[in-house]
Design a protein around this ligand. Structure first.
Ligand code: KG4
Ligand code: ZN
Length: 358
């Protein structure tokens, strides 16, 4: 029997230090042997967001322990590793550098190929960890740093259909959480509060709802929450505001996703309409249920990554490493950290650009 490919994946682009060992089963399905994630939430909690220097220091302190643990837990021998994959971007450059340098060093010591991975491609392919998925498919990537609709044509081939022109969706959740006095990251806690509130209590704006195709904007929403939050008097009103925010986000995503569906159909000659929702915010049950409902109406097939790989992890990085390894797409040891690395190379960088959409 031929030996199965084994990839070590390393992730350190933001505030999670992670390592994973991945192989394939006899049917060619990627199989996670270990997936170790060390979150820095406690380090950044008091600052209400990720502090780059503290994050980098924490990655440095932990990376060797996390990689060692992932190899031990997987049950493989170090010499069984066929290639080392590490996130090279996008992300905080000081954080990326830690995992990237570690990965390169590890690969060269083992005398095995090194593979630089785009973190977003990890999120994009993450449903392949539990589903057989064929190209093309539509992807909604919703995380702390990114919000995009992409048509995934193949490994490394992406067409961006829409993106945020200001804040990422996870960022909007986190900033709203901060205004409501919640600990960072606010997303999961807003969801909890929202379940106890009245979603119709506050009428919040839906920026570029009726223009800009499937581009999105969340900055105006945050400004409105800032004003309302100053007059919040009790826990119930807090829950009501969280519920109103959640409902507004759902309305925006419902409308914009419908537009993305049409655009996907327009550019792809396919009869199979798969729709992947990935990234940390994809853990939000309200958004999940709504996307499932919309898919049923519009004849799309909703696909989610396993919940434990919705947030940042190294299994998805190892997975991209595995796919690239199969196509001999290895990287040189001088591959740089790329803080702004877009999946669609032809797309204009919009986030924070203040671009006006008509
Ligand atoms: O993908 P991820 O782990 O990291 C990035 O690459 O950004 O996403 C983290 C983001 C945070 O903004 C967090 O608040 C958000 O995902 N998030 C959620 C939920 N769980 C995580 N947002 C809304 N509802 C959730 N249940
Ligand atoms: Zn991420």
């Amino acid at each position: 029997m031929s030996k199965k490919t084994i990839i070590l994946g390393i992730e350190s682009s933001c505030d999670e230090t992670a390592a994973s060992v991945l192989t394939e089963n006899q049917h060619g399905i990627p199989t996670v042997l270990s997936n170790i994630i060390s979150s820095q939430v406690d380090v950044h909690k008091e600052f209400g967001g990720v502090v780059p220097e503290l994050a980098a220091r924490s990655h440095l302190e932990k990376i060797d322990i996390i990689v060692k643990k992932s190899i031990e837990e997987s049950g493989i021998k170090i010499c069984d590793i066929d290639a080392v994959a590490a996130t090279a971007g996008p992300g905080l450059v000081v954080c990326l550098s830690v995992g990237l340098s570690f990965g390169k060093t590890f690969a060269s010591l083992l005398n095995k190929p090194f593979i630089a991975v785009n973190h977003l491609e990890g999120h994009a392919l993450s449903p392949k960890l539990n589903t057989r998925l064929t190209y093309p498919y539509l992807l909604l990537l919703i995380s702390g740093g990114h919000t995009q609709y992409l048509s995934v044509q193949g490994l490394g081939q992406y067409k961006r259909l829409g993106t945020t022109i200001d804040d990422a969706l996870g960022e909007a959740f986190d900033k709203t959480g901060k205004l409501l006095g919640l600990e960072f990251p606010g997303g999961p806690q807003i969801e909890k509060l929202a379940s106890k509130g009245n979603p119709d209590k506050y009428d919040l704006p839906k920026p570029i709802y009726n223009k800009g195709g499937c581009n999105l904007s969340f900055a105006g929403l945050k400004t409105s929450i800032l004003k309302i939050s100053k007059n919040i008097r009790n826990k119930q009103e807090k829950c009501d505001l969280a519920a109103s925010f959640q409902k507004t986000i759902e309305k925006i995503l419902y409308k914009k996703t419908k537009i993305a569906f049409d655009e996907f159909k327009r550019i792809n000659n396919t009869k199979l309409f798969n729709f992947v929702i990935a990234g940390g915010v994809a853990a939000n049950k309200g958004i999940r249920n709504l996307m499932i409902e919309l898919c049923h109406k519009e004849n799309f097939n909703p696909i989610f990554p396993p919940i434990d790989v919705c947030g940042d992890n190294a299994a998805m990085i190892a997975l991209v490493g595995l796919e690239k390894f199969k196509f001999n797409k290895t990287s040189s040891l001088d591959h740089p950290a790329i803080p702004r690395w877009q999946l669609d190379k032809a797309a204009v960088f919009l986030k924070g650009a203040g671009v006006k959409l008509t």
